[in-house]
Design a protein around this ligand. Structure first.
Ligand SMILES: [Zn+2]
Length: 443
């Protein structure tokens, strides 16, 4: 069987080397490719995948459950469901290559997104080992091609996909199938910077509360009406303006008990690279970082009656959100589409993954003026006409009151964390709890 690049599959390498080559590698289907000790789940149990190519399913085993309860939070996506996790786990297991089977519903986006985001340049943070711990090749394969691949080994894809949803699933070798990859890589190095400021705490300066926002945007982009500058006024000049405003607001009344760190990260739009780099090479130890607030694209559509919590139910920070909402007379709502895994798509995730609990909440779509209808309309308009487009301009922000309301809450959230001696953790069974327990125990 041959597969056509971009049409049937995409593949690339996280290793910094001019040539990628894999010859006659055995192919194994590893179900969802998940190793979750806290759930007693191991799709790689008893399997040595060194030098092999693993084929994995996107999302996590209970994604079709209508509720958000279950071993993997039902239809809400867990980190185990994200493509980046599949690559990381395969690399930890020592696999030569990993291919994710694309399926629009569980992926939450079509093949067009996979194709467009994987066939251009890929940005990676520089590593000291040149990516030696990564798999040799990563990629995606279209669903019909995957079915063909399984059939060529005498296996029924649909049957194995069902089997993979059940705990205790055993990986299946695609006997007789060998994978070959070969492509050249063009490597270029670029420099960018994170910018950081700290307000030392008055009582416990070695404990830190973190505010983050990304300062990068897209630069030149596809022109609309002759304008090819993507300014990123909302995404994320608004977040950076918020960061500076909060720094001033913290300084005026005097430092709180704990230190407050204001971090503007680079290259969020290229895959959360600046925040990932900081989290892996922190200026202030993560074990001493209590938690924080990430600001990415603040409310530019007017004050809302509600607050939407992204990734709600994951950490003890939820209790703070409930208190905060009251300060502005707003109600708390859970995110409407947890299956899209938004919690894993901005900078707070880089910290969550290494155990630091991070707030992620903002205005919902129930506006003070015009209610849900007006909010939905404004959100759709942003998505269609401004998001990652030249139309995301300063002039398009016509109402600042919602942003101010959210910022007052972000201030209060940070102030609360900076004045308590509590160490909020992830809830029992959450995928990030083990990382936090380990980091706090080893400090
Ligand atoms: Zn953004």
């Amino acid at each position: 069987m041959t597969a056509q690049y971009a049409k049937d599959y995409v593949a690339f390498s996280y290793r910094v080397q001019p040539k990628t080559e894999i010859k006659d590698s055995d192919v194994v289907f590893v179900g969802y490719g998940i190793v979750a000790p806290e759930k007693g789940w191991n799709d790689y149990a008893g399997l040595d995948v060194k030098g092999k190519t693993v084929v994995v399913l996107v999302n996590d085993p209970d994604w079709q459950t209508p509720e958000t309860k279950g071993e993997f939070n039902g239809r809400a996506m867990t980190y185990y469901g994200r493509w980046s996790y599949k690559y990381e786990e395969a690399a930890r297991q020592g696999a030569a290559a990993v291919l994710i089977v694309h399926d629009t519903e569980p992926a939450a986006y079509g093949w067009n997104v996979v194709e467009s985001s994987n066939t251009g340049p890929n940005y990676l943070a520089e590593s000291t080992d040149g990516g030696a711990k990564e798999t040799v090749a990563n990629g995606w394969i279209q669903l019909p091609k995957a079915k063909e691949l399984f059939a060529s080994a005498g296996q029924d894809f649909d049957k194995l996909r069902d089997a993979a949803k059940v705990k205790g699933f055993k990986p299946v070798a695609l006997t007789g199938v060998k994978a070959n990859f070969g492509f050249d890589n063009v490597i270029a190095k670029k420099l960018s910077r994170n910018v950081i400021g700290v307000l030392p705490g008055a009582k416990r300066p070695d404990e830190y509360v973190l505010y983050t926002g990304h300062w990068d945007h897209l630069g030149r982009c596809t022109p609309v009406a002759g304008d090819d500058i993507c300014n990123g006024a909302v995404d994320n000049a608004s977040g950076i303006a918020g960061l500076v405003t909060l720094a001033q607001a913290f300084k005026t009344p005097g430092a709180p008990d704990r230190s407050v760190v204001f971090l503007a990260v680079t290259a969020e739009e290229s895959g959360l690279l600046g925040s990932k780099f900081y989290a892996e090479n922190p200026v202030f130890p993560l074990a001493q970082t209590v938690g924080g607030v990430n600001m990415d694209a603040l409310n530019a559509i007017g004050p809302a009656k509600d607050i939407v919590v992204v990734g709600g139910g994951k950490s003890e920070l939820d209790a703070y959100v409930a208190k905060l909402a009251k300060l502005e007379g707003r109600t708390v709502k859970q995110e409407p589409t947890p299956e899209k895994g938004f919690y894993y798509r901005s900078d707070h995730f880089s910290f969550a993954k290494l155990g630091v609990p991070m707030f992620n909440f903002g205005s919902g779509d129930e506006l003070v003026e015009g209610g849900v209808e007006a909010g939905k309309k404004a959100a759709e308009d942003y998505e269609k006409n401004r998001y990652h487009a030249p139309g995301d301009e300063y002039e398009a922000i016509t109402n600042w009151d919602g942003m101010m309301s959210d910022l007052r809450l972000y201030y209060a959230a940070g102030r609360m964390l900076a004045m308590t001696d509590a160490w909020p953790n992830w809830v029992e069974g959450d995928e990030f709890r083990a990382a936090r327990d380990k980091s706090r125990a080893g400090k």
